[in-house]
Design a protein around this ligand. Structure first.
Ligand code: PRT
Ligand code: MG
Length: 213
């Protein structure tokens, strides 16, 4: 294909990317929230969008199935970033990566005593790194969603998860006890595509950069 393919997940990333696309003169002709199509056309015949699971975006771009994509830093850290050029923090879909425990659980004391903590998370790599640096012994339990449930039913002592409004933690009587890092979404570009398709890609990257600034 001569044109370019942009990988996006639906939901917050798609919604918050629309203004950036508009700045690059790109308007999708379908709405992924209502259409079941996974390949969406745009007003530009040389630009199409593919709708993928958020955690799959780096994989599509790494293999060149998409030339560029938009993915959360959380997702990129777990993927590792192989084969990806990451030129731009788009500052969208912002949140924080946190450690959270049930309200009343004495996390500080547990850590100080060197207790072995059971931590449930979707973000194994990030969590392993965080606790290794702190010298805290953990047993990591991989989950794919609804991490907030794990401490409530005795699967884990703590979770590592994303927090934006804090509403989900509150509703489940959990409290954030550590901030691991701020998270936002990044533009990722296939390294080979950047060389081969620079003429089409560069103006889009520039428009995104202009819209973010
Ligand atoms: O939903 P799916 O399982 O397909 O994948 P996903 O959850 O990875 O995708 P999506 O579309 O929900 O999120 C895409 C990206 O948005 C993530 O990779 C993050 O970079 C970013 N983002 C920003 C968030 C949040 N804010 C967020 N609040 N991703 C998830 N959440 C979840 C969080 O995990 C927790 O369960 O929302 C809940 C907390 O929200 P508050 O507002 O109650 O604090
Ligand atoms: Mg989600």
């Amino acid at each position: 294909m001569n044109g370019i393919t942009l990988a996006l997940s639906k939901g917050r990333i798609f919604t918050e990317t629309l203004p950036l696309l508009a700045a690059a003169g790109i308007v999708p002709t379908d709405d992924p929230e209502t259409s079941r199509k996974l390949i969406l056309a745009t007003n530009r015949p040389d630009v199409r969008l593919v709708i993928v699971r958020a955690s799959d975006t780096p994989t599509y771009v790494q293999h060149g199935a998409a030339d560029l994509g938009i993915a959360g830093k959380d997702v990129l850290l777990e993927h590792g970033g192989t084969g990806l050029y990451q030129p731009l923090d788009l500052k969208i879909a912002r949140c924080r990566m946190c450690v959270a425990v049930p309200d009343g659980f004495d996390y500080e004391t547990a850590v100080r005593r060197g207790a072995r903590l059971r931590v449930a998370t979707k973000y194994i790599r990030t969590a392993r790194e965080h606790f290794a640096v702190k010298g805290v012994h953990v047993d990591l339990i991989k989950l794919y969603g609804s991490m907030e449930l794990a401490p409530l039913v005795g699967l884990a002592d703590a979770i590592v998860d994303l927090v934006s409004t804090g509403g989900t933690l509150k509703a489940n009587r959990l409290v954030a006890v550590e901030d691991i890092m701020p998270i936002s979404s990044r533009l990722v570009v296939n390294q080979a595509a950047l060389k081969m398709k620079r003429e089409v890609l560069q103006p889009i990257l520039d428009a995104f950069a202009g819209a973010v600034a």
